[in-house]
Design a protein around this ligand. Structure first.
Ligand code: GLN
Length: 497
């Protein structure tokens, strides 16, 4: 039983389909693991024991009746607490939504349930997905399973930590500037930000709508692909959802290869602020790709240097508009409604006590950037930089099939180290943010441990929009080669909890 939690999603699904184990047994093994370790890790904000067991029973019944099962039927999953779940709390890591029970499922939630995926619960995150460490959660931080005194990345630290501590074989994250890839990098797991519009945003609480993208998190490239296929595809309920067929991600993950591929290395993705051990693992990854038959091309993307600044105008601007809906009238928290105060006063008291400092900082920044007289200077200029970043990628992809970089400049930093230094925190996303600005697809996968601290390092692979399958083709080849060298999956190096 104990080793059920160590199996991949693909293996678990095969065992359930073959009748070697029931979906209920699989769910129970993972719930027991949560009971055993989550007090230390704090990956979950809410565990839905009843719901999970009911979903698992439904899979077992289907199988008993000889009905066809989907490729992930009976596999447990940890869902970031930013997706609405009918009848199950959804907080976005914020006090302002505490106690709110959504009356509907997000499209992602709906698709997971339809596929027979068993949702174990909702994972911890930075409030409204703003952060890189999960320390901005109103409900306390999550520990990195490699070292509980360090951050698991953010904003999706709960999802990544649940995978790395074997509480779930699959998880869902969202990535506005790096919140799937950076947690994957610092926990030794795999995370994919699909092409913008590839996965529906319906029922995903909005932070910055033109950047937000849900995506799969897993411990292997194939598992991420299987999950990607379940959640992706056109949704008429999301006006920015792409009306095109899902790229063949599973097939790509099963046929990993890089022979003949042109791989770009961007000069701007290194230098000051990069930890030497991260650069060492990255340089080895480039050599590994060369050894597997790829052609390495050095590129320059000069606008990337301004991407972080543009992001921190665009994302707060959109957030200031999106978060206006939390007015104490519609959802969750309401403070000061004692019959003596006006609606405006109640709204302002509620927002004052319901939002944390980082969310307030961004609302103020965004409101300022969008205000009349400043709009052109700030928001307008940021949009121009965004176009330049997209053009740099266009030029790059005219020469290469994929671009690679370190996912993050450093490994997991200690909890508390950057929490009072927003600029230092923002720098964690230096290499991931350009991808969101341009709307293309990217993956982070483990490429080894840093020399200085023995902590995981992530390799980022970036593909053009709608070519998500390339991430999986390259990722699977790299993963196979690394695992052959290490002799085991990287998480086996992590200390026992
Ligand atoms: N760390 C970035 C931010 O705080 C990205 C967050 C995300 O991708 N949701 O905005």
């Amino acid at each position: 039983m104990a080793d059920l939690i160590r199996l991949t999603a693909a293996e678990l699904a095969a065992r359930v389909a073959a009748g070697d184990v029931s979906a209920v047994e699989v769910a129970e093994a993972h719930l027991a693991r949560i009971d055993a370790v989550d007090e230390k890790v704090h990956a979950f904000l809410h565990v839905d024991r009843e719901g999970a067991l009911a979903q698992a029973r439904a899979v077992d019944e289907k199988r008993a009746n000889g009905e066809p099962l989907g490729p992930l039927a009976g596999v447990p999953l940890a869902l970031k607490d930013i997706f609405t779940t009918e009848g199950v709390p959804t907080t976005v890591g914020s006090k302002i939504l505490e106690g709110w029970i959504p009356p509907y499922d997000a499209t992602v939630t709906k698709r997971l349930k339809a596929a027979g995926v068993v949702i174990l619960g909702k994972t911890n995150m930075d409030e409204f997905a703003m952060g890189s460490s999960t320390e901005n959660s109103a409900f306390g931080p999550t520990g990195n399973p490699w070292d509980l005194t360090r951050i698991p990345g953010g904003s999706g630290g709960g999802s990544a930590a649940s995978l790395a501590s074997f509480q779930a074989p699959l998880a869902i994250g969202t990535d506005t500037g790096g919140s799937i890839r950076q947690p994957a990098a610092v926990t030794g797991t795999v995370g994919v930000k699909p092409t913008y519009g590839g996965v529906s945003r319906y029922g995903m609480v909005a932070f910055s709508s033109s950047l937000d993208q849900g995506g799969p998190c897993a411990r292997t490239v194939l598992d991420a692909a299987l999950l990607h296929e379940v959640i992706a595809g056109h949704d008429p309920l999301d006006s920015t959802s792409i009306d095109a067929s899902v790229p063949p991600v599973v097939e790509a993950a099963r046929t990993g290869s890089v022979a003949g591929l042109r791989v770009g290395v961007v000069r701007e993705f290194r230098g000051e602020g990069f930890q030497q051990g991260v650069l060492n693992r990255f340089d080895e990854s480039v050599e590994l790709l060369r050894g597997l038959g790829a052609t390495i091309v050095e590129l320059s993307c000069p606008s990337f240097d301004k991407a972080l600044a543009a992001y921190y105008l665009i994302a707060p601007s959109e957030c200031s508009s999106n978060l206006a809906r939390f007015d104490a009238m519609r959802y969750g928290l309401r403070v000061g409604d004692d019959g003596t105060r006006s609606a405006e006063e109640v709204t302002s008291l509620t927002r004052e006590s319901g939002f944390g400092p980082e969310v307030k900082r961004r609302i103020m920044l965004g409101t300022y950037a969008l205000s009349s007289g400043y709009y052109d200077a700030y928001y307008g200029s940021a949009q121009k930089v965004r176009t330049l970043v997209a053009r740099d990628f266009d030029r790059a992809f005219a020469q290469v099939d994929v671009v690679v970089s370190p996912t993050t400049p450093t490994t997991a930093f200690p909890i508390g180290e950057r929490v009072d230094d927003p600029m230092a925190m923002y720098l964690a996303d230096l290499c991931t943010i350009p991808v969101n600005l341009a709307g293309n697809a990217a993956m982070s996968l483990p490429c080894g441990l840093a020399d200085e601290d023995g902590l995981p390092v992530g390799l980022q692979i970036i593909a053009p929009a709608l070519a998500d399958d390339r991430l999986y083709r390259v990722g699977a080849a790299v993963e196979a080669e690394f695992q052959a060298r290490w002799g085991h999956p990287i998480l086996e190096e992590a200390p026992a909890l």
